[in-house]
Design a protein around this ligand. Sequence first.
Ligand code: 5GP
Ligand code: MG
Ligand code: MG
Length: 183
Amino acid sequence: MDAPDLGNDLERVLFTPEEVQARIDELAAQVDRDYEGKDVLLVGVLNGAVMIMADLSRALSVHCRMDWMAISSYGSGTKSSGVVRILKDLSTDIAGMDVLVVEDIVDTGLTLSYLISNLRSRGPASLEVLTAFRKPEALKMPVEVKYVGFDIPSEFVVGYGLDYDQHYRNLKGVATLAPHVYS
Ligand code: 5GP
Ligand code: MG
Ligand code: MG
């Protein structure tokens, strides 16, 4: 792959870094209100949720802990299959805890449904989901996502933790990719 050329690789910017940060601050304020007096466990889903975890957690006023899971959903390229494997489990026993799963994006919601039923079986006091981005497909799934940063169209986007072939995660904003990058 050629070196990234951000001037050319991106097609259309959906959200600037400033727009993303402003929305994360709003979500943090909501989480602060809902978890007042509690000690919330933020569960970040690697690798994509690294950016939103870092920003959200630092914008929170409530007590929080952080833990991470890595899961792989079988399926190639840009499609998710719903068959999920845990690559790295939590280090925390979540029984009786207030758990907030932090996701980068919910597309079909298949990865998330698996994750939620897995975590629910461990007996947390509460279990909610926060995602930076959500696509329309997700609305067909029974998974309830309490906090949504942005609803976006069904297009493949990169930036703010979201990758294409592991690149572009470090962009501060979010954009679609130019066709030449895929080919
Ligand atoms: P789901 O199981 O909800 O279909 O898939 C969720 C996962 O698919 C995300 O965690 C992410 O890894 C990947 N994904 C879905 N849509 C996009 C997208 O537009 N861009 C990127 N980079 N990844 C996506
Ligand atoms: Mg994810
Ligand atoms: Mg990916």
